[in-house]
Design a protein around this ligand. Structure first.
Ligand SMILES: Cc1cc2nc3c(=O)[nH]c(=O)nc-3n(C[C@H](O)[C@H](O)[C@H](O)COP(=O)(O)OP(=O)(O)OC[C@H]3O[C@@H](n4cnc5c(N)ncnc54)[C@H](O)[C@@H]3O)c2cc1C
Ligand code: FES
Length: 257
């Protein structure tokens, strides 16, 4: 884990309210694994005392990594205004990422909305292995769809859903998953990230189909390193810290509210 000032090399608005930042930071770029996150100081003053967590979106090189974020409040608003060539105070990489076991031969990545961030990184890693993978990607509408580097190379493995039917299946990622399981060979593992109601449904469907499923959870965080207990979630093995014991968990462990 490093505590660094990372230079912003590039900022790009990739969809309405969604931005991508490229950060020069060899310490994090060279060591992060998919599913890990960074904790970012988003500004100065009272509103920014608590850092905000963002998944590592891409390892662009050994020296550069990217984050992809949606503007939802003061922290992300401020981050969207950060200037190229300025520096961000960042701690990372943090948390436990997605683990690929020897059983992973055909896996399925399921993302909802900005949940695409850690799964893009995972897809890029998988692309360099023998593991076959498909991606199910859900967005509100086609305008929110985020292009990513692998998109053309794996176009035949990507299935989209949009709430308004403007791209792919009309419906949610959960409906897309049900549709996929009816039509395709069962995957041996599912990896998912997205809003909690989606993850809850994905976990249930995985259980019904007897497919191991790993999900990346989100909780409000303070310290980000396991010390304050502000990010706990309830599991069959007691309360666990999303920042230090996760954010990736075996879905069968989670007790949903
Ligand atoms: C491990 C982890 C990885 C994440 N990765 C990404 C990412 O790659 N891209 C991205 O856009 N976002 C990601 N998030 C969510 C991101 O941290 C929050 O959107 C951000 O902290 C909001 O800060 P804010 O000051 O703009 O909003 P706030 O003013 O703090 O909150 C605005 C709204 O966002 C909600 N919110 C705030 N924090 C969270 C949170 N942690 N989980 C769910 N809802 C939240 C609030 O309830 C509120 O409705 C991640 C969260 C976690 C825990
Ligand atoms: S944020 Fe402090 S323990 Fe997780």
């Amino acid at each position: 884990m490093a505590h660094v000032k990372a230079k912003i090399l590039n900022k790009e608005q990739v969809a309405p309210s969604i931005f991508k930042l490229s950060l020069l930071c060899p310490e994090i770029a060279s060591s992060a694994i998919p599913g890990q996150f960074v904790h970012v100081e988003c500004g100065k003053g009272k509103s920014f005392i608590l850092r905000r967590p963002f998944s590592v979106y891409r390892q662009a090189s050994k020296e550069t990594f990217e984050i992809l974020f949606q503007v939802v409040g003061k922290g992300t608003e401020s981050l969207a205004e950060a200037e190229v060539n300025s520096y961000l105070d960042i701690i990372g990489p943090l948390g436990n990422g997605f683990k690929l076991s020897n059983n992973c031969k055909k896996v399925l990545l399921v993302s909802g909305g900005i949940g695409i961030a850690p799964l893009t990184f995972l897809a890029e890693k998988l692309y360099s292995t023998e593991i076959i993978f498909d991606m199910l990607i859900g967005f509100a509408n086609y305008k929110k769809v985020i292009d990513f580097s692998l998109q053309e190379k794996i176009a035949d493995r990507i299935h989209y859903s949009t709430d308004d039917g403007s791209l792919g299946l009309k419906g949610t990622t959960v409906e897309l998953l049900l549709d996929y399981l009816k039509q395709s060979k069962k995957p041996d593992t599912i990896f998912a990230c997205g809003p909690e109601p989606m993850l809850k449904q994905v976990a249930l469907i995985a259980k019904q189909n007897k497919v191991p499923c790993f999900i990346s959870l989100e909780e409000r965080m303070a310290c980000g390193i396991g010390a304050c207990l502000s990010c706990v979630c309830n599991t069959i093995n007691g309360y666990k810290r999303v920042c230090a014991d996760g954010p990736v968990f075996d879905a069968s462990e989670i007790i949903w509210d």
